[in-house]
Design a protein around this ligand. Structure first.
Ligand code: GLP
Length: 245
């Protein structure tokens, strides 16, 4: 596991965009696994700048996102579909027909999961998977549990995640209680993984996830077993890892 120390959120975002840019330049028809949340927004902004400067071409890129709320229509401004369009897809020359997210409105949850796993298989797997990190160690929406879930599945969001995401909704009761997420096996099957994390509020979980035991109680800890993971963390997020790097 390669842990890169960034000065702050901006520096983290720039460094992450460097890696993603390299991926796209080296393999223009690559498959990117993408994430939502506040952590990757700066990375997307940097990628958009590079596209506008003529340094990046997304025309052959395919994307598969990690997760989507269950029951939110695409046009809801809190859906991850909306987020991705707002923060990246509409602002670069990506082909919309090659951008995939789980279908939050599919009533049959088993069918929704099966369909999404089929899509990931059909695009040939993920070259570079971008991840954020939840305060409880979740990646995508793989919440702490007794086992690592393998494929796409429907999750009941933990109280902590609901609380953390309340800031984006009018009130807590509007936060969806369930979501579809890529499973751990799918995330671990990516060729390369890039996790971005920033802020002092993540310092404790960074230490536990990347320097503690590998356990499904801290889903991100499984990344310690992947052969090509880069964690780009700012100084605040690494503040509890002094002497461990
Ligand atoms: C959300 C997303 C995750 C994200 C995490 C952290 O619930 N499903 O993919 O990594 O929470 O979000 P943030 O980056 O805003 O702290």
């Amino acid at each position: 596991m390669n842990i890169v120390k960034a000065k702050d959120y901006h520096d983290m975002s720039r460094k992450a965009a460097n890696m993603i840019s390299a991926q796209i330049i080296l393999k223009p028809a690559c498959v990117l696994g993408l994430a939502t949340g506040s952590s990757p927004i700066g990375t997307y902004e940097e990628l958009i700048k590079r596209y506008q400067d003529g340094d990046l071409d997304f025309s052959q890129v395919t994307t598969v996102n990690l997760d989507e709320y269950r029951g939110l229509p695409r046009e809801n401004d809190q859906s991850y579909y909306y987020f991705m369009n707002e923060h990246l897809f509409q602002k670069v020359n990506i082909d919309a027909s090659r951008t995939f997210l789980p279908d939050g409105m599919e009533a049959d949850h088993e069918a929704a999961c099966k369909k999404y796993d089929g899509i990931i298989r059909s695009v040939g797997g993920v070259d570079l998977q971008l991840l954020g990190l939840g305060h409880n160690g979740h990646i995508g929406f793989n919440e702490p549990g007794n086992v690592f879930e393998k494929g796409t599945h429907c999750v009941d969001l933990s109280e902590r995640t609901i609380q953390a995401n309340t800031r984006f909704f009018a009130s807590e009761k509007d936060v969806p209680r369930q979501a579809y997420t890529m499973g751990i096996q799918t995330i671990m099957a990516a060729d390369k993984i890039l996790l971005v994390v920033s802020g002092e509020d993540k310092a404790e979980i960074v230490k536990a996830a990347f320097f503690g035991d590998v356990t499904p109680q801290i889903p991100a800890s499984v990344l310690q077993l992947h052969r090509n993971v880069t964690v780009i963390a700012d100084e605040a997020a690494l503040s509890k890892c002094e002497g461990m790097l």
